[in-house]
Design a protein around this ligand. Structure first.
Ligand code: CA
Length: 520
């Protein structure tokens, strides 16, 4: 008689279980959904607050923060796409993983130890979908499908992918396609008896910021707020910040600004017209729009397109979170949301990244993992992107190899900062002069101070007291008030270089930049 209720349950709920394709929550190894955007500034995520939060909210990314932990002090070691990706995969600095720069560098050495490889060896089903941008074919994945156009930068419309070694031309909008492929892999391709690790990596919101057709006029005539440093004059930083080719005023192209080409322009002429602006050529949508008004128009156009591409990104975060909900996977899946580096949304008058200044040094990072993280937690503990791989491995119960230079930041999940937690980080950027003419530099950032050395064909030190000068507008290196602090920071900087084995001479560092150098 006791069987009757069991059969009843099986008949009524068992059928719906099959049709919904639900899976039991599994104990043991958690699934990992690693979501990474490209060039996504924390300033563009409403969970981080900021000036666009009410105009351009990101409800799905915010949901992760509401249900998990938001990290405020996360830094990359080399603020540019490929290099940051290589650091994240290997847990090692650029000088040890060998991927220093996007232009003129070597392809990623895919024989290296990476966290997906170790997870695969530990029984995980692994996949990488979307942007890869490391030039060598991915290793350590049971499945991959990545952008191949434009030197693997990818394109927004009708992109071509490499799917497990075969070229595939797709039709549609890249961000949505990436979502489609990820959902397809989760539902139809993976082995559902194994834990999974999916790297869900978007091209968006990378240049040239092409919104989906439904989002072309998403923000209408609303005036986007300007950052307080938009009109930075680069005083005290003339040879560094003052020498870039990344101001919104002068270095956005016709293509970036979506200025329609003259009628009848085709082939090479059209291509030439499209890139006009990248070397500072004069670009304007009309004969009458000039000077200050033109500069402000360019910012509005840039930021609206950028935030419109973020909208699609947020939508496709929502799609996959819904999949986890609908398939009873939310509880046992660690969801990581991040970007390969930060980005300038008009701060200092710029777009792009590269500098050790805050907006490009900082990475957004949000993690949801209900088993270990209380909803709505925030942390100011310092994290560096070398820490990502050790953290994910630890959470999966996989031994972290000694060669990885980071440490698991699982102790920060409580929201408290353990005594003795890291409070300084080391940075080193190499690519020069293309793109954007940013001098190679290395430096240290502590809780309060930042010291940088720009060294390629100049010899310039910069120092900032982030408490007194949070926007880094006054280089205080020569301020006698800071003499002792700077001296102490130099010692700490040398110690970090030794700790991370970046002990090359300046000559050897310059050689990394010179080798394969791409000029304008
Ligand atoms: Ca990037």
């Amino acid at each position: 008689m006791k069987l009757v209720p069991a059969i009843f349950v099986l008949l009524t709920f068992g059928i719906s279980t099959v049709t919904c394709n639900n899976e039991p929550e599994k104990d043991g190894q958690p699934n990992i959904l690693y979501i990474m955007a490209d060039d996504l500034a924390f300033q563009a995520i409403s969970a981080y607050g900021g000036r666009y939060k009410d105009i351009a909210p990101t409800p799905n990314i915010d949901r992760l923060a509401k249900e998990g932990i938001l990290f405020n002090n996360v830094f990359c070691t080399n603020s540019i796409c490929g290099p940051s990706r290589a650091v994240i995969l290997t847990g090692k600095y650029s000088h040890l993983n060998g991927f220093y720069k996007n232009e003129g560098g070597d392809p990623f050495d895919s024989t290296q130890v990476t966290f997906p490889k170790l997870l695969q060896q530990a029984g995980y089903q692994t996949a990488m979908i979307g942007k890869w941008h490391l030039w060598s074919q991915p290793t350590g994945f049971d499945y991959f499908k990545y952008h191949t156009d434009n030197g693997e930068q990818g394109i927004y419309w009708d992109p071509t992918f490499n799917e497990n070694g075969k070229p595939v031309a797709e039709k549609g909008y890249a961000t949505t396609l990436t979502g489609d492929f990820a959902l397809n892999w989760l539902e139809n391709v993976r082995d559902k008896d194994k834990p999974f690790c999916l790297l869900y990596q978007f091209k968006a919101p990378h240049r040239p910021w092409d919104p989906d057709s439904s989002n072309l006029d998403l923000f209408g005539d609303v005036e986007m707020p300007f950052p307080s440093t938009f009109d930075d004059d680069y005083a005290t930083r003339e040879l560094t910040a003052g020498k870039t080719m990344m101001t919104i005023e002068k270095y956005l192209s016709n293509r970036d600004l979506k200025i329609p080409p003259p009628e009848g322009l085709k082939g090479k002429e059209l291509a030439k017209w499209n890139v006009q602006g990248v070397r500072g050529e004069y670009v304007s949508p009309s004969d009458t729009l000039k000077g200050e008004a033109l500069k402000r128009w360019k910012y509005q156009k840039y930021i609206k397109d950028y935030l419109a591409t973020v909208r699609s990104l947020d939508d496709n975060v929502g799609r996959i979170l819904k999949y986890l909900d609908d398939n009873n996977l939310a509880k046992n899946t660690i969801v990581v949301f991040t970007s390969d580096q930060g980005f300038y949304l008009g701060e200092h008058g710029w777009y792009d990244k590269r500098f050790m200044y805050e907006e490009s040094l900082r990475m957004p990072l949000i993690i949801r993992y209900p088993r270990e993280i209380k909803a709505g937690t925030k942390s100011n503990g310092m994290i560096v992107n070398i820490d990502y791989a050790p953290t994910l491995l630890s959470l999966a119960g996989v031994k972290v190899p000694g060669e990885m230079q980071g440490q698991s930041f699982e102790p920060l999940f409580s929201g408290k900062i353990p005594a003795g937690w890291q409070n300084s980080m080391y940075y080193h950027y190499y690519e020069y002069p293309k793109w954007h003419n940013v001098q190679p530099h290395y430096g240290i950032r502590t809780d309060r101070y930042k010291l940088m050395h720009f060294y390629y064909d100049i010899d310039v030190w910069e120092f900032y007291d982030l408490e007194k000068d949070p926007h880094e507008l006054r280089n205080s290196y020569n301020n006698p008030e800071y003499k002792d602090i700077i001296s102490e920071l130099k010692t700490q900087l040398t110690d970090l270089q030794k700790k991370y084995k970046d002990t090359s001479t300046i000559e050897e560092m310059r050689e990394v930049t010179t080798k394969g150098m791409v000029t304008y």
